[in-house]
Design a protein around this ligand. Sequence first.
Ligand code: AGP
Length: 604
Amino acid sequence: MCGIFGISSTKPISNQLIKGLSKLEYRGYDSAGISGHGIKNQLVTIKATGPIKNLNSKLYKLQGITTGISHTRWATHGQPTLKNTHPHLSGDICTVHNGIIENYMDLKSYLKKKSFVFKSDTDSEVICHLINYYFSKSANMQSAIISTANSLEGSYALAAINAQTPHTIYSACKGSPIILGKDVSSNYISSDMTPIVDHTKNYIPMDDNEFSEISSSDIKIFNKNKRVLSKPTKVSKINKNQASLMGHKHFMHKEIYEQKAIIEDMINRYVGKNKILPNIFGHSTDKLLEDIKHIHFVACGTSYHASLVAKDWIEQFTTVTCTAEVASEYKYKKINVLPDTLFVSISQSGETADTISSLKKALKLKYTNTLAICNVAESTLTRLSGMNFLMNAGPEISVASTKAFTSQLFTLLLLTAIISRRYDNTEKRMVQDIRKIGKKIEELYEMEPEIKKISTKFKNKEHTLFLGKGASYPIALEAALKLKEISYIHASAYHSGELKHGPLALVDRRMPVVCFLPDNHLARLVLSNLAEVEARQGQTFIFTNKKIAKNKKQVKVIKMPDCPDLIVPILYIIPAQLLSYHVAIKKKTDVDKPRNLAKSVTVE
Ligand code: AGP
């Protein structure tokens, strides 16, 4: 979703701004713009719809600028047109904004009465006019930004420059992150660390209701009372080389192929011979997990699907009860928290607005503690959560999540094993199964040529059904999400037993039905559900092992390696990820940046 990147330096920065914007591309956007102090400090702005490279032909206008702000816009209020593209301009002031201003209609009518002229349909433009309005009264940018923030309802990360106060970038944030990067003769402002790590690893995250003023030599952070805050500088662990394609055609493909190494690395780090290593979720967490009786999982999208698998695992192997809620629902629900309940948020980015506000809500409730399972160390979620687990899967660039999902599942498997410690030999048996995952993933990669062939059968379809039972149901949900995200084919997932309660009406010889059928105690029931599909001549594609495949000669079977039931969800999703990838390739969609979607969903 929208991204902000700004630099104040002693040297020209226009090329660095473009490069920085490209680093934010993965978040999803549909237009981009840059503003800086030009000759005699007058503001110069360039904007373009579509890809960032469309700015290149206008870049000469920014030659020589040493302070500037830039933005990628993912349209919420107003279409992705030039007039709605940031930066917005009001008098001598330019602004960029991430988030949503909920009271923008009221502010707009107020400002119109004061003769401000609006040029866009965005909620963001009010910010620019408000700063201009307050600056005209106080002639002080700090005061103008604080007064503006006091008038705004909703979420914002904003950056502003003023022709009258050159070489300085002002910013404020609430509910949407801003990170400040610190170097010797340049300082940076950004929505996340990705563009900053190209220049420096030193950073200061801003907290809600904080303001900043950066120049090439100084970073000043202050609160609403203009009191200067002394905040520690942190050192980022992000490695700038991790975000390259390394010979793969798409990040999604690269990330699918990274899963084996990531999980093997996690095994080395966290799994002992017969036990999970002590306190992997943080100081004294084993003791906490020993006493926990309930878990509330909260997440969105793929991360939510991971929580559904965790619920299945934990309830199957322990007496701990779990709920799994979609974050956008959790926030608005009455939540009953029983004693000894742990809140667990799961997020790849750690910047998903719904998940962050759910955590904020949870922090006010009577949970024993809050645990965030996340892939991005310097994210808002990890900063707010009581306990953190960093998956260290490396940056996930493709909008369609793959390696983050299996890393989340692996982490949740570790959580299950630790909780199961209270019961006899369960942890030891789980550890033995966990140790097999890496080798089994290797076997899955060998299936790619076959999956590629099968993908042809989906290319011209408009609808697909995915079926699963038990822990395979969330895998069906995740496989369906992958297919619709990147190939734009409508896909629905059902518990296989639910088919006869409605969706079976959709099945005829044109309908592909993909089924995850591991060889376990539920297989017999799923086979009966599949018989209902076959009787209606649906085109079945079954992921199962050799033994079950033997009796299914008449349908398309994708043979999976034999594996312990515990690790089925981690293994069965991988060929499904490859299937979606190859369908998308055949449909020539933008695999890594599917239409209408953003990598970090920073608005609610
Ligand atoms: C997955 O392929 C999606 N792009 C999406 O559902 C994603 O998982 C969701 O937006 C949550 O993101 P998060 O894990 O970064 O919080």
